[in-house]
Design a protein around this ligand. Structure first.
Ligand SMILES: *Cc1c(COP(=O)(O)O)cnc(C)c1O
Length: 348
């Protein structure tokens, strides 16, 4: 961690989530009182009782969105309403108190505005916003906490993958699963990531950037990729797994679907079997593959490692549609392109 007094001068060298801005938003919750003590203060360590429930039973939810530099002094949030809505869906799933959408949006705008000198300007950079909610009641009995803390921290970030818009290689995971029907796969809960780390380590050892998860029941259908939703271009159609409760409803996923439709590309939200991808990669029917997420925006996937065999997607290079969608999305986010769906929210 680096707590700096001034924004880094050379923002082209930023990593992901290693530098933080000087301020944070926080508020507290108690049963019977509701949310109270909302404030923006200096960013710093928080003090919790070692018995705080978050440490023992994992009641924790987070979000991730970005503020982007536009022309001049303009700074935009991208579809913050979607993240606020999703955070409340996640909180409800973990029996945690929801947050008033107006208070939430105002908190993000105020905090970003205060630290706006930290919104980097180099291509590919942005200010990552990390809202987080944790259970703070100090008690060891397994129960839902009666006390919570909500906070927001900010981090100027570069490209999520160090290589930029270079295709990544993913490991198709057949043994471990990320989420099962009826579980918490649709919630942005830290626990989902804790459960995924062993497989991710294995993927890294195999030279892959991410895990491609299969469904928990049949281990046949593609779910999502590590921190991203996943798309395929098959026979000119953009296909992505449906939101069936086991995958995250990505804001980038939703935006990419809309942009593809705007471009006249047909979109299907349907089950995609691994067999279809294997066959399609051999016959050339699978033309492109990419992941979507706030951190990486669009990450082209060039190779799938499946049962020790490498499946090349086309020639392994970033595809035309992936590139086009990436350029359009980034252009809208930074205010360089028109915003036909009203996705940008001006800070202040
Ligand atoms: C956050 C996340 C995504 C991407 O969601 P966006 O809203 O596009 O950032 C996809 N999958 C998982 C598991 C995630 O945690």
């Amino acid at each position: 961690m680096q707590d700096q007094q001034a924004p880094p001068r050379d923002s082209s060298q930023l990593g992901f989530g290693e530098v933080f801005t000087p301020h944070m938003f926080s508020m507290q919750y108690k049963d019977g009182t509701g949310w109270y003590d909302a404030r923006i203060a200096d960013r710093g360590p928080i003090s919790l009782d070692p018995a705080a429930l978050v440490f023992h039973y994992g009641q924790e939810i987070f979000e991730g969105l970005k503020a982007y530099h536009g022309t001049g002094k303009k700074v935009y949030l991208f579809r913050p309403g979607k993240n606020i809505e999703r955070m409340n869906v996640s909180l409800e799933r973990l029996c945690m108190p929801t947050i008033d959408p107006g208070v939430f949006l105002e908190a993000m705008k105020k905090l970003v505005s205060m630290d706006q000198a930290w919104v980097p300007r180099s291509p590919g950079t942005s200010l990552y916003i990390r809202p987080t909610c944790i259970a703070t009641q100090p008690v060891l009995g397994v129960r839902t906490s009666s006390e919570y803390m909500f906070f927001i921290i900010l981090s100027p970030v570069g490209s999520y993958f160090s290589a930029g818009f270079e295709p990544i290689r993913v490991l198709v995971e057949e043994n471990y699963v990320r989420a099962a029907p009826g579980g918490i796969g649709f919630a942005k809960a830290g626990g989902n990531y804790a459960a995924s780390m062993l497989a991710t380590e294995k993927a890294k050892e195999a030279g892959c950037g991410q895990v491609l998860w299969l469904d928990a029941v049949e281990r046949k259908y593609i779910e999502e990729a590590g921190t991203m939703n996943v798309f395929f271009v098959i026979d000119g159609v953009l296909a992505t797994p449906p939101l069936n409760g086991t995958i995250l409803a990505g804001v980038t996923r939703d935006s990419v679907i809309q942009l593809a439709l705007d471009m006249g590309i047909p979109v299907e939200q349907r089950r995609i079997s691994m067999q279809e991808v294997i066959d399609g990669s051999r016959t050339g029917r699978v033309e492109e593959c990419f992941g979507t997420g706030t951190a990486a925006v669009i990450a082209p996937i060039g190779e799938l490692l499946y049962r020790e065999e490498t499946l090349l997607i086309k020639d392994g290079a970033a595809g035309k549609i992936s590139r086009q969608l990436h350029e359009t999305l980034v252009g809208i986010q930074h205010g360089r392109l028109p915003d036909p769906h009203g996705w940008r929210v001006l800070v202040e």
